[in-house]
Design a binder for this molecule. Structure first.
Ligand SMILES: O=C([O-])CC(=O)C(=O)O
Ligand SMILES: [Mg+2]
Length: 677
């Protein structure tokens, strides 16, 4: 690998890979870059040699040094390396072929999506680009000018470059950079423009991106995460600039191990993978779902302290059933209907096998935004052979249980004394229901089946009851209790009389005035959780929940809402989002060297999160702590998860550190600049 200097530093967010070959070979395959691995050459040395390219009779390229650029000694010894005496210093020039990740970041040679299939194979690009190959002409059309956004983006790039050349101390420089960048980002009116600006910063200067995000977490989380990331996925085709993460499509069948090897980092600790079929509550976005693994992994670093270089976002592209995308000429994914059944299972199996083979047993694979029918099966199938975690089933369950544990301090009673009604019986709904039942059983020592009787679910066909058993999907069956059929949510509320109402259906505006009023008439302090994302899919808004319950609801939502004023009082609502859990949960698995995920670890994470809600938070009606202290919160979650891994004999990092909170904190990535010599 060549060492980076000069402009290559500034153009690489982290660094790229190149294959180095000695200059003396004389002829190489294009595209080539010439680089000096140190700058201690004689006066007159330049960072880039002047080369002439010609073609031999057999068509192969020959690279010659231009005679005019020689300093003495002729063509053969252009920089005097051969003639130098021992006391003279020389510059060790090397010539390398740009390939893979660094080729895509080399503006001179990059062709983006126009690289052909053959070129992708020859230059280690497979997987680094989405599967579509587009002609240059389509790339030109796509580059239609964007509203004022680009001007500001250009300004951001200028800010990053300008500040790094200033003669300030590193700390002052960082503070100044952050202040200026935040000022610039705040000038955007459109959230998607803020998102694009953040992605540009991430690409240009990774440490600055994380410093910015960590210092302004409350303000920037809605930009890099829900709700804006949802819009970014919907418009990915037109905002797409540089590919992030690995794309593994059906075209890569049989070659997945090779594709993993094209990724420039070797030591991967966390993979977030989606197949794009159920992106938030937005449905099938195919290959454009890549925004989700990228966003989740940014949070793994910013909130959980996992090194960015240890994170790998992956999108598996098996096609899409989204007609709009299939007819969109700028769609970046495979233009075909989703593969299912054996074809799907085989690709996923090859992927899971290749990941373990390449990164070992302790790499965490987080499944994200798969559709119900695959999510449950994958978790069950690989739960005993891999370190897998489904964020939508398990992460959401853990965060909601934490919120409920905290809410009980406000409303009183034990879990078993409450009654729960869900709207939505998919991954989130049944995952949460099962974890509540598990915790209830632990507390009461009652059988799981008995605890489940306190929990009811409504799906698109009405209340899940015993008479529907035959036609229910397997993950709904445990919730089919004895009851006469009930068609609507409002009738289910009247019949079941729940104290807690949880929305997890992915469908917005379903907690109507009538629904909230019914909950408020049954309970002094109804607990209402509107979990679906992004904001457009939320079951109700914070304002609706507080207004329709006359300020009595204990409310939290999956996507953030601003504070609400109702009859002169300001109400803050918490964000019941798995972002509280997965970064700390993953960190706990990593620092203990865990090899499997166990449900007791999820309960441990819930308890740790609930314990972080302060009396001041409760006074404000909050059942989650603010995100401002998230790194501290994550350290506590990580410590509890790791402790459980040791207790269960699932940890391999031995001996067990004494103080797990301090150990977790000491393992966290810091985005502060390092000094280069
Ligand atoms: O991404 C989020 O905000 C939470 C989540 O996992 C989902 O809604 O699928
Ligand atoms: Mg999700």
């Amino acid at each position: 690998m060549i060492s980076l200097n000069g402009s290559s530093f500034l153009n690489n967010s982290r660094y790229g890979v190149s294959k180095s070959i000695p200059q003396s070979h004389g002829r190489v395959q294009a595209p080539m870059v010439v680089s000096a691995s140190s700058s201690n050459g004689r006066p007159g040395d330049r960072n880039v040699a002047v080369l002439k390219e010609s073609t031999k009779r057999d068509g192969s390229p020959v690279i010659e040094v231009d005679p005019k650029s020689t300093v003495a000694g002729g063509v053969e010894d252009v920089y005097g390396e051969d003639q130098a005496t021992e006391d003279q210093s020389v510059t060790p020039w090397s010539v390398s072929v740009a390939s893979g990740y660094s080729l895509l970041r080399d503006p001179h040679h990059n062709k983006g999506l126009a690289f052909s299939e053959k070129e992708r194979d020859a230059h280690y690009l497979r997987g680094l680009l989405p599967p579509v190959v587009v002609p240059q002409q389509l790339q030109v059309i796509k580059k239609k000018p964007q509203p004022s956004g680009h001007l500001i983006c250009a300004f951001i790039i200028f800010l990053i470059l300008e500040e790094t050349t200033n003669d300030l101390s590193i700390v002052m420089l960082f503070t100044k950079q952050i202040k200026k960048l935040m000022h610039t980002i705040r000038q955007y009116q459109v959230p998607l423009q803020k998102y694009m600006a953040m992605m540009d910063i991430q690409e240009m200067n990774e440490r600055l991106f994380y410093k910015l995000l960590m210092q302004n977490v409350e303000e920037l989380l809605p930009v890099v995460y829900t709700p804006t990331v949802g819009e970014a996925c919907q418009k990915y085709g037109s905002i797409f600039r540089r590919p992030q993460g690995l794309f593994i499509s059906l075209k890569e069948k049989g070659k997945i191990l090779e594709v993993l090897k094209n990724w420039p980092q070797r030591k991967i600790q966390v993979i977030v993978v989606t197949d794009g079929e159920r992106i938030l509550g937005l449905g099938d976005l195919g290959c454009q779902g890549m925004g989700i693994p990228v966003g989740k992994l940014s949070l793994y670093t910013a909130l959980g302290g996992i090194r960015p270089s240890a994170c790998l976002p992956i999108t598996i592209d098996v096609g899409t059933n989204n007609e709009k995308l299939l007819n969109d000429e700028f769609y970046i994914g495979l233009r075909q209907k989703r593969a299912t059944g054996q074809e799907y299972a085989e690709l996923l199996h090859e992927f899971m096998t290749a990941v373990k083979q390449n990164y070992g047993e302790k790499v965490l694979i987080q499944f994200e935004d798969f559709a119900n029918h695959n999510a449950f099966d994958l978790l069950e199938k690989y739960g005993t052979t891999h370190l897998v975690f489904n964020d939508d089933i398990q992460g959401t369950a853990s965060v909601v249980l934490a919120g409920l544990m905290a809410a009980l301090k406000l409303v009183g009673g034990t879990l078993a004394e409450h009654k729960f009604l869900f709207l939505g019986a998919g991954e989130a709904g049944t995952g949460i229901a099962e974890l509540i039942a598990l915790e209830m059983s632990k507390q009461t020592e009652a059988p799981l089946e008995q605890s489940r009787q306190r929990i009811w679910l409504v799906d698109s066909k009405g209340l899940i009851v015993r008479s529907r058993m035959e036609s229910l999907q397997h993950f709904k069956k445990p919730w089919a209790h004895e009851h006469e059929p009930v068609k609507t949510l409002i009738d289910a509320i009247k019949a079941i009389k729940p104290t807690v109402l949880i929305g997890s259906s992915g469908v917005g505006r379903t907690f109507t005035k009538e629904v909230i009023e019914a909950m408020a008439s049954l309970n002094e302090k109804p607990i209402v959780l509107a979990l679906s994302n992004p904001t457009s899919q939320s079951e109700c808004t914070a304002e609706e929940a507080y207004t329709w319950s006359q300020g009595r609801a204990i409310f939290a939502s999956g996507s953030p809402f601003s504070p609400v004023e109702y009859e002169g009082k300001v109400y803050l609502s918490g964000q019941a989002n798995n972002a509280y859990i997965f970064p700390g949960f993953g960190l706990g698995l990593i620092i203990s060297g865990a090899i499997r995920v166990h449900d007791d670890m999820l309960l441990a994470a819930s308890e740790a999160l609930a314990a972080q809600v302060t009396p001041e938070n409760f006074d404000e009606g909050l059942i989650y702590p603010p995100f401002t202290n998230i790194r501290k919160i994550s350290a506590h979650i990580a410590a509890s998860v790791a402790a459980k891994a040791y207790e269960l004999g699932l940890a391999t990092h031995l001996p067990r550190p004494q103080n797990l909170v301090a150990y977790a904190e000491s393992c966290m990535y810091s985005p502060n600049y390092q000094n280069y010599r």
